[in-house]
Design a protein around this ligand. Structure first.
Ligand code: ASN
Ligand code: ZN
Ligand code: CA
Length: 544
């Protein structure tokens, strides 16, 4: 210990006297505050000695002579070995830099048998005059005496890496190693492995290990840090440093069907949060927890298996929203409902026994149904497509939700419900009246069977339901059905999307819809038989 070293603890307590000479100094002239500080310092000093700890941060005037070269720093460290309790020869310079203030920072790593202790950095800071003004970092005074397996390295680096892979039970594929001794050349890699020999401290013991880092995204995001004992290949310690990333989980839908899910992992929790789409936003699902506040809490799971019955609504809302996104993107080149990649958010478990679902202008909302009229409504892909299409309509034609334009708005949602899930012409059959098989909410092919008109002769005049938007939609629905029957789905969906996104306006009525669809047909397929089929479909429902 050099005389004249002033000490500042990391807590900011400043001591004017030298250490440890201070203990010998007369305390008579000290005020109570200084006395207390001195006592504290005594405790700190004793702890250093008893626990073989070293100060982790010292600042003040720490050197007498100017220290301006690495060699001078080394001899400074040597003359202070009793303070730092580590031999200067075991400190290896790993970096030296001078900053804008003229301070130079000498960064050392402590070694045992010439091998660095993992993370053991110790930095000496000098000012522009070469005075040591601070030292800080992490030294291990007891590393040598608590060292395990002195020079008994039996494992090769390659063997250690193999042990690491088998420890995490992941099959390495398309690996690029940054270890020069067995590097494989490849431009693309699914996995990266790195390894180096380090001394690793665990429970006050020091082990000669290979630190193996295994990094990959699949089958889960990982940046494994695995310390393999160099003597026998046993694992001294391992942890995954990744706390965030896209993952693949699974779950069961409302109907109990298995689904693979794009999920997101963050800090030990998996979210129904799909970041895999080519959109700026995400597809996310939340839960209102049977209440009515929106948007609610994220739908989460602790192990990426969304298999509880109560999670069925959450699973389907996110999964089907993803398929509807895909439909619009792949079939129409539309990126989300706003065609600008907006987040598609759904909230499930809305209310209690709530027999409905809706687009509220910002997001989808799904009730669980009462179990007899409805199962959780997100369990039907055509219902999800119906609701998301309301968002598309809002951002395109903007059809006003009343009277004929409102019925057209409803019809567009039903028709795209079919385009997304074309197995049948029924709507909502998968969740409607679970105890009555074969029925549905509505039908494109047979609106009358569900209390809807299918011809202008039966147009229903009412002041309820915004002028019967869920009733009179039967008329344009039937026209759509007839169109699809005669020209096929592939042409029909192109025509409908073009009419919706190019020609229809907020106040379009049924007659304007016929004109818009015919114009779209003419643009895409000319004025031949396809055109005549569309015209005929509308004539058959009495719209000319
Ligand atoms: N499920 C209904 C619909 O999307 C809710 C509503 O009346 N807007 O049409
Ligand atoms: Zn609707
Ligand atoms: Ca259906």
């Amino acid at each position: 210990m050099k005389k004249g070293i002033a000490v500042v603890l990391a807590t900011g307590l400043a001591f004017g006297s030298a250490l440890p000479a201070a203990s010998a100094a007369s305390s008579k002239d000290l005020n109570p505050e200084q006395k207390q500080a001195l006592e504290k310092m005594e405790i700190v000093k004793q702890n250093w000695e008893n626990e073989r700890k070293v100060p982790s941060f010292l600042s003040g005037k720490l050197s007498e002579k100017s220290v301006k070269t690495e060699k001078a720093v080394k001899s400074y460290l040597k003359s202070n070995e009793s303070l730092f309790k580590v031999k200067a020869k075991d400190l290896k310079l790993v970096n030296e830099s001078t900053d804008d203030l003229g301070m130079t920072h000498y960064e050392y790593v402590q070694t045992v048998k010439g091998v660095a202790i993992d993370g053991a950095r110790f930095i000496v800071h000098t000012d522009e005059t070469g005075e040591v003004v601070a030292v800080n970092g992490d030294l291990h005074p007891a590393a040598e005496e608590n060292f395990k397996g002195n020079s008994e390295v039996k494992l090769s680096e390659k063997e250690a890496v193999k042990e690491a892979w088998s420890h995490i039970d992941v099959k390495p594929k398309n690996v690029v190693s940054d270890n020069p001794s067995f590097v494989k050349k490849s431009d693309v890699s699914d996995m990266i492995e790195k390894s180096e020999k380090v001394v690793y401290q665990k429970d006050n013991k020091y082990y000669m290990t290979y630190k193996v880092q295994l990094q990959f995204i699949d089958p889960y995001p990982a940046n494994w840090q695995i310390f393999v004992d160099a003597r026998d290949g046993s694992i001294v310690d391992s942890y995954n440093a990744v706390t965030e990333g896209a993952t693949t989980g699974y779950g069961y839908g409302v109907l109990g069907d298995y689904k693979s899910l794009n999920t997101y992992y963050s800090n030990g929790t998996y979210y129904l949060y799909d970041t895999t789409k080519p959109m700026s936003g995400v597809i996310e699902t939340r839960t209102a927890n049977y209440g009515s506040s929106l948007p609610g809490n994220y739908s989460v799971d602790s192990n990426n298996a969304f298999t509880a019955t109560s999670q069925g609504a959450d699973v389907d809302a996110n999964y089907y929203a993803g398929t509807v996104y895909d439909y619009y993107y792949n079939t129409h080149g539309r990126n989300s409902y706003d065609n600008n990649g907006a987040t598609i958010r759904s909230t499930v478990h809305y209310g209690s026994n709530y027999n409905n679902a809706f687009w509220n202008g910002s997001q989808m909302v799904y009730g669980d149904g009462d179990g007899s009229t409805f199962d959780p409504l997100s369990g039907a892909q055509d219902v999800v497509a119906h609701e998301i299409t309301h968002a598309v309509t809002e951002r395109t034609a903007g059809l006003q939700y009343k009277d004929q334009s409102g019925a057209l708005n409803e019809s567009m949602s039903d028709v795209f419900g079919y385009f997304v899930e074309p197995g049948d012409f029924l709507l909502g059959e998968d969740v409607y009246t679970p105890n009555t098989p074969g029925d549905a909410l509505r039908s494109l092919s047979n609106p009358d069977a569900y209390g809807q008109p299918s011809h202008m002769d039966d147009y229903y005049y009412t002041s309820s339901d915004n002028g019967g938007v869920h009733t009179n939609s039967g008329i344009p629905n039937k026209a759509a059905y007839l169109t699809i029957q005669s020209i096929g789905k592939t042409k029909a969906e192109k025509i409908y999307y073009r009419a919706l996104s190019v020609y229809l306006t907020p106040t379009s009525n049924f007659s304007a819809a016929r004109s818009a669809l015919l114009q779209a047909t003419s643009d895409l397929y000319g004025t031949g038989s396809t055109y005549n089929s569309v015209a005929s479909a509308w004539s058959q429902v009495g719209v000319n």
